[in-house]
Design a binder for this molecule. Structure first.
Ligand code: NAD
Length: 497
């Protein structure tokens, strides 16, 4: 636990030396064209650094470096126990640099420093550690072969992985990919979001310090339509792993089809239902949870509980509890350790969120709390956590992913109706159900078309269970041993005796 105060963090922010260059073949480098862009903090509009704006030429450089590293075998053929030890050193380095990384994350994307320090950085380190620790404990198979044959079923690294990640949990989403990708022996070219590139750039150096050979991890900051597209179309990228919006996810499938049919694994958007039945075991806990499910990380969470489905008979009692709970989530200076709601990532996201609040009002939904931009005097981008009552599942605010702290309350009368509303969405990332009835809990959980279902809680889970989406929330899974499937090819080798 750190005891740093707001003043301490502000001082550290002033003293921080920020690296903005790309990382290729074990070294920081400017982009080939010398282009860069301003990296702006949403906390106060300050320019934090000039960040390399990479393009196709840089993608080519990084892919050549990654391919050479892979072919050399220095990492890809390293004994699993040794790779494990290196991954654990890498994880430990994230942890020992946690304060610097947390500060970079908060300055760059506006989330509260307490979250960066206690959730994002430990979660990132843990993803690397967990995957590293697993790698010398998985075995291949021998098929049920006749006496004069041996059929071996083995897993091999796919080779070159391009990872394109979003800005909401910048380092953690990267590490959910880097953990299994590196542990299984691949080389990686990582493209962080142009809105939050700083921790990925810094961590590349830590990989080298940990002993991961040069070229195994390259980091290319830059825009999606330039360097992201170049990686997705690259003929020498074997696998593309992505976390981000459904719109871009679909485009990446097209790029793969237009190029080398690289494997494409997608973690995309969500519009997750949080179903509260009248017989919920603890309505107070459900209310607290409904509030954090929409306000945590400013609502910029793929699994945000953005549709609160409430049984009509309990609504009058329950909704005031949710409003009360949300009063505990107040925008503040993200560098203040007491703050639990930070700034939205950039002006584009601010406009999007305010646009949805306007759409909700225009469609006739009623604001119960929030609904305004706030703290303009700071030069930062803050929006009050907002609840809309009287929402129908057909309204724009109930159908589209807002990716901000805006909750839609929808009522229902029967379990069948709740499930039908919950599943009436193009997404299928997560869902929650609150009931004390064991059978109702199981039956509802089974009926929900979502990759994660929580019962009497919201957002449970750790590295041991897979995470990902049904429907247009994606394919494949991050976390757990199931994630290793994305980074390995299955080979059958038949030996005639
Ligand atoms: P985004 O799709 O706009 O961008 C994601 C990444 O893709 C960025 O690095 C961006 O530069 C890149 N990109 C954009 N256009 C590209 C193109 N044409 N070719 C190649 N790359 C391109 O998403 P975002 O705004 O950064 O993140 C928010 C989205 O991420 C939300 O939809 C959220 O639900 C989703 N998300 C999903 C999960 C999950 O695990 N399912 C987790 C976190 C966030």
């Amino acid at each position: 636990m750190t005891t740093l105060t707001l003043a301490d963090w502000q001082q550290r922010a002033r003293d921080l030396r920020i690296e903005g260059r790309a990382f290729i073949q074990g070294e920081y480098t400017t982009s080939s064209a010398g282009a860069s862009f301003d990296c702006i903090s949403p906390i106060d509009g300050r320019v934090l650094a000039q960040v390399a704006s990479c393009d196709e030429a840089d993608a080519n450089r990084a892919v050549i470096s990654a391919r050479m590293a892979f072919e050399s075998g220095a990492w890809s053929r390293m004994a699993p126990a040794k790779r494990k030890a290196t991954m654990i050193r890498f994880a430990n380095l994230l942890q020992s640099n946690a304060e610097e990384l947390a500060l970079l994350e908060t300055l760059d994307m506006g989330k509260p420093i307490s979250d960066s320090l206690n959730i994002d950085i430990p979660g990132s380190a843990n993803a690397l550690r967990w995957s590293g620790e697993a790698i010398d404990k998985i075995y291949d198979e021998v098929a049920a072969t006749p006496h004069d044959q041996i059929g071996m079923v083995t897993r091999e690294p796919v080779g070159l992985v391009a990872a394109i990640v979003p800005w909401n949990f910048p380092l953690m989403m990267a590490c959910w990919k880097l953990g299994p990708a590196l542990a299984t022996g691949n080389s990686v070219v990582l493209k962080p979001s142009e809105k939050s590139p700083l921790t990925a750039i810094r961590v590349a150096q830590l990989a080298i310090e940990a002993g991961i050979p040069a070229g195994v991890l390259n980091v290319l900051p830059g825009y999606g339509h330039t360097v992201g597209k170049a990686l997705a179309l690259h003929m020498d990228v074997d696998t593309l792993v992505f976390t981000g919006s459904t719109r871009v996810a679909k485009q990446l499938m097209i790029y793969a089809g237009e190029s080398n049919m690289k494997r494409v694994w997608l973690e995309a958007g969500g519009k997750s239902p949080n179903i509260v039945f009248a017989d919920a075991p603890d309505l107070q806990a459900a209310a607290q949870s409904a509030a954090s499910a929409i306000a945590f990380n400013q609502g910029e969470v793929c699994t945000a509980g953005s549709r609160l489905l409430v049984e009509s008979s309990v609504k009058e009692r329950f909704l005031p509890m949710v409003v009360e709970a949300l009063k505990g989530w107040k925008p503040g200076n993200p560098l203040d350790p007491a703050t639990n709601v930070g700034a939205l990532v950039d002006t584009q996201q601010l406009d999007t969120v305010l646009g949805y609040i306007e759409a909700g009002r225009n469609d006739g939904a009623q604001v119960l709390i929030g609904g305004q931009r706030t703290m303009q005097e700071t030069g930062g981008l803050y929006v009050e956590p907002t609840i809309f009552d009287g929402v129908s599942n057909a309204m724009k605010i109930a159908r589209e992913e807002i990716f901000g702290p805006v909750l839609s309350v929808i009522t229902f009368d029967t379990a069948a109706e709740a499930v039908s509303i919950a599943n009436d969405t193009p997404y299928g990332l997560a869902a929650a159900v609150w009931t004390a009835d064991l059978s109702k809990a199981h039956l509802t959980a089974k009926a929900l078309r979502a990759g994660s279902v929580w019962v009497n809680q919201y957002d449970g889970g750790d590295m041991t269970a897979p995470f990902g989406g049904f429907k247009q929330s994606g394919n494949g899974r991050d976390k757990s041993l199931h994630a290793f499937d994305k980074y390995t090819e299955l080979k059958a080798t038949w030996i005639k005796l």
